[in-house]
Design a protein around this ligand. Structure first.
Ligand code: NAD
Length: 526
């Protein structure tokens, strides 16, 4: 029996084309028609593959001017007290609350992620606003004991300048908010270059910000600026001497291009790049919970999250119990219109993504792997949309996997492919786990305290995110988010990530009449 599927958009929204719905959503959000018609950037929805907008892009001269204006805005904004700056972000949070369903729906249409994930992304924006409002009263520095009598040492934190934000298609609005909410309370201006695949949600977010700014009143022009364009606009941010920090989210290939250019001018970088996330399933794992966690981590967002589970390392004693159940879930998961309530897997972003996935699967097949799923579905309903059944690739079936297969396993293919590996010794599992170039997210499923603690220890997972008994994806905003190695080393969102958006000054104040020098150095001019 063929697996259940859902009909595509056109069949469930009566009397309205998807393009009309997009126009209605953008109008409601306050985006002017001129911002998404008549332009050179063609935007398609992955739901049906049809064109939904033609967005004008910015030229190099106008981008340069916009960056200069953002710099001028920064010079003013840095003098506004931080708690007052927090009030702007409080208003932004309120506007986002009011538009959660609208913006969430637009995220679904533009990226193809299911509605609850689209809305979840907007919830994440609201959460970081709440966090940043509190932060605006806590940008505190240390007081440090001075070794000299009648001296006081302290740290002060100051705004940095214009923060450049480059974002990827798969979190088209949340990544902006993680950066912008913190950067703005820290007293910076922001300039945003969103993915060329998701300009509409960026325009909508900017319109929502503008609404908050209007309520706040007296915001310097250009404080938060949106520049729509391709990678060349991103490069302008990277190369601009007026931008002391660039936060860039995207592929490792993008990071490789961006990092040396930033380093060449000693600019700061927050790099949030590709992941190749793994989970170890130990013999004592709660298999019901594990199965559910794997399903969300590996198939959620159609495998297009940086934190998507891409490698499953299963103990051989439970392999034959877990994998058949997993295959069953993979075979029955509902694929289709992401706006339908029962759908769990929406479309891939575009044909290129589909081709990249099929190429990896073909190579794995040639290298002798056993593959379940991975086939294209719903082609007849709309040939221009790319829906796939998520794929399980059993590397474990081979005792000595083919070198090509090992190469594939170590590479991030940004699609729903889960490589399944087997282990018998826990230390081998840890070695396999860390033996990839990327270091973003990781999990262990175990009820064994020693295994769990070792996984979290210095000799355990080498990732920026290490979890126990939950999946690799779906982080909360309260923690610092990011990863090691080829993931770029950046941290954004919660914890003390705000410090990267400010410059630290160490101050020493002498309130005595003598001038003792540090380390007892003597330099007497009498
Ligand atoms: P991408 O690298 O193709 O593009 C990301 C952004 O970088 C886009 O805005 C693009 O225009 C810009 N860009 C590309 N080359 C550039 C250059 N040379 N200079 C300046 N800007 C440039 O990525 P994508 O396909 O949109 O997103 C998927 C990738 O992003 C995956 O690898 C995924 O793992 C990664 N990602 C990482 C995180 C994270 O937090 N670590 C989050 C989301 C996505």
């Amino acid at each position: 029996m063929p697996p259940p599927t859902r009909n595509l958009y056109a069949s469930h929204e009566q009397n309205m084309t998807i393009k009309h719905e997009v126009e209605a959503l953008l109008t409601r959000l306050g985006v002017p028609v001129t911002a998404y018609t008549g332009g050179d950037l063609t935007t398609r929805t992955p739901i049906t593959g049809e064109i939904i907008a033609h967005v004008p892009t910015i030229n190099a001269a106008d981008a340069t001017q916009a960056i200069a204006q953002a710099h001028a805005a920064f010079l003013e904004w840095r003098t506004v007290p931080a708690p007052k700056r927090g009030e702007l972000i409080r208003l932004l949070g309120e506007e986002l609350r009011a538009e959660l369903p609208t913006l969430g729906r637009l995220v679904t249409i533009e990226t193809g992620k299911i509605l609850s994930e689209g809305q979840g992304e907007v919830q994440e924006m609201i959460d970081i606003c709440t966090f940043a409002v509190g932060l605006s009263r806590q940008l505190a520095g240390l007081t440090v004991p001075s070794e000299r009598p009648r001296h006081r040492m302290m740290e002060t934190w100051h705004p940095l300048g214009v923060v450049g934000i480059i974002s990827a298609f798969n979190f088209p609005v949340a990544v902006w908010s993680w950066n912008a909410a913190l950067a703005l309370v820290c007293g910076n201006a922001v300039v945003w270059k969103p993915s060329e695949k998701t300009p509409l949600t960026a325009l909508a977010t900017q319109a929502i910000f503008d609404r908050a700014a209007e309520k706040f009143g007296n915001i310097p022009k250009g404080l938060a600026t949106l520049l729509i364009g391709d990678a060349t606009v991103g490069q302008q941010l990277v190369d601009s001497p007026l931008i002391p920090l660039v936060s860039a989210t995207g592929s490792t290939a993008m990071g490789r291009a961006v990092a040396p250019r930033l380093a060449a001018r000693f600019a700061r970088a927050i790099l949030e790049l590709g992941g190749n996330n793994a989970a170890i399933v130990a013999p004592t794992a709660d298999l019901d919970l594990t199965l559910r966690a794997i399903a969300f981590s590996a198939m959620g967002t159609a495998g297009q999250r940086c934190t998507t589970l891409r490698r499953l390392i299963v103990h051989d004693s439970i392999y034959d119990q877990l994998i058949p159940q997993l295959k069953k879930v993979y075979g029955s998961v509902v694929i289709g219109d992401p706006g339908e309530p029962n759908t769990l897997v929406g479309p891939l972003i575009d044909e290129r993504s589909f081709n990249v996935m099929q190429k990896a699967l073909a190579e794995a097949r040639t290298a002798g792997a056993t593959i379940t799923g991975g086939d294209r579905v719903l082609t007849q309903e709309n040939p221009e949309a790319f829906y796939v059944r998520p794929a399980l690739v059993e590397v474990a079936a081979q005792t000595n996997p083919h070198p090509e297969l090992i190469k594939l396993v170590k590479h991030e293919t940004f699609a729903p492919i889960l490589y399944v590996l087997k282990y018998s010794d826990f230390h081998d599992a840890l070695r396999l786990h860390n033996d990839v170039p990327q270091g973003l997210s990781s999990s262990i499923f175990t009820m064994n305290l020693r295994e769990a603690e070792q996984f979290l220890s210095a000799t355990g997972s080498d990732c920026g995110i290490a979890n126990v008994n939950i999946g690799t994806s779906g982080a909360e905003i309260g923690g610092a988010f990011g990863g090691e190695k080829e993931t770029g080393g950046g941290r954004e969102s919660g914890s003390d990530a705000w410090k990267q958006y400010m410059r630290r000054a160490t101050n020493t104040i002498n309130y005595g009449t003598d001038l003792p020098l540090a380390q007892g150095v003597s330099f007497d001019i009498d």
